[in-house]
Design a protein around this ligand. Structure first.
Ligand SMILES: NC(=O)c1ccc[n+]([C@@H]2O[C@H](COP(=O)([O-])OP(=O)(O)OC[C@H]3O[C@@H](n4cnc5c(N)ncnc54)[C@H](OP(=O)(O)O)[C@@H]3O)[C@@H](O)[C@H]2O)c1
Length: 298
């Protein structure tokens, strides 16, 4: 029950009405009997800074940040976690209120962690060769995370080759600055190399929107005959759950990682950053799946 002591968490974005986060986060808060509530806030770009300042005034404890504010919000924060800084995008803000030191804000990127944890439900990424298709915002976050996670080799493929190459170079130079001994093999290719790269990889991550509702019958980036049964295939699209790529992966007897798992684990990590305790994964996953079932009728 909401009362005078209830603390507020939320998500800001534009648009915001399709967000899945309130269902998932409120289920987690309820399961642990925490006197918190998680709310959606529609914030237009022109009001981003005043929304963050307003959140401080209102004593809000934490916010998720979604499209289109993930990059811009960095300029509104006191501190940014090093990986989020390299990625150049923040999706989680923690607000700290200290009687002596005042209010401070720190930004994190839990999207990339979400993808890593979803894949590691199946197998560790350590020493694995990973192929990522796409070089947009999600790819950037995932590629930085993977390159920082003790993997064996990384290939980035994109329709626009220059974007793949620039992302690969950016990761190399940023991670070299953090660690002189960084020497991970990161390659960029165009889509013509996809068949070969998949054959040599243990993990394939598709970060393109291909197959996303309503274009559910669009040709996926790869067909079953390009895959093998030692491959883990992660499509980060989550509407529908069974994308055309996931169907091809199943035909090839590959292990599949559904896109909703990334969404789940980014939320789990945000919850843990705000609350400082382990999130109830099962309850939050069930709440998320319930919303999907309601929307997609599966
Ligand atoms: N599961 C999750 O939690 C989660 C989180 C974030 C995003 N997502 C999903 O991830 C997808 C990508 O998001 P984003 O923010 O990274 O988008 P983005 O920045 O627009 O990047 C999209 C990438 O996909 C490529 N692409 C688009 N259409 C293509 C096509 N028909 N054939 C080949 N390549 C194509 C683009 O290539 P070019 O550079 O050549 O244009 C670009 O590299 C969206 O569907 C989004 O819903 C899921």
């Amino acid at each position: 029950m909401v009362d005078g002591k209830t603390k507020i968490l939320g998500v800001i974005g534009d648009p915001i009405e399709h967000t899945f986060s309130p269902a998932m986060q409120n289920a987690g808060l309820e399961a642990l009997n925490l006197n918190y509530i998680y709310l959606p806030f529609h914030v237009k770009s022109d009001n981003l800074n005043s929304a963050i300042e307003g959140a401080k005034t209102l004593g809000i404890r934490g916010l998720n940040v979604t499209i289109p504010h993930k990059r811009e919000v960095i300029t509104c924060l006191d501190e940014v976690d090093p990986i989020a800084n390299m990625i150049g995008a923040v999706n989680t803000i923690k607000f700290d209120y200290d009687e002596n030191e005042g209010i401070s804000t720190k930004g994190y990127n839990t999207d990339a962690y979400g993808c890593l944890r979803a894949i590691e439900e199946k197998a560790s990424v350590k020493d694995k060769k990973i192929t990522i298709v796409g070089a947009g915002g999600a790819s950037r976050a995932i590629a930085f995370q993977m390159a920082s996670s003790d993997i064996g080799e990384l290939s980035i493929l994109n329709r626009n080759f220059n974007k793949a190459e620039s992302l690969a170079n950016d990761i190399k130079s940023n991670l070299k600055q953090l660690n002189d001994n960084f020497n991970l093999n990161i390659n960029a290719y165009d889509m013509d190399s996809l068949k070969r790269e998949i054959q040599e990889s243990e993990i394939l991550i598709d970060t393109t929107p291909i197959g996303m509702y309503p274009n559910i019958n669009d040709k996926p980036i790869a067909s079953a005959d390009m895959m093998h049964d030692d491959l883990i295939v992660n499509d980060i699209v989550y509407t529908p759950m069974e994308t055309s790529l996931i169907k091809e992966a199943k035909k090839a007897n590959a292990e599949v990682v559904y896109g909703y798992k990334m969404l789940l684990y980014q939320g789990i990590r945000s919850f843990e950053i705000w609350l400082g305790e382990e999130a109830p994964v099962k309850e939050m996953e069930n709440a998320l799946l319930k919303v999907f079932r309601h929307l997609n009728g599966f």
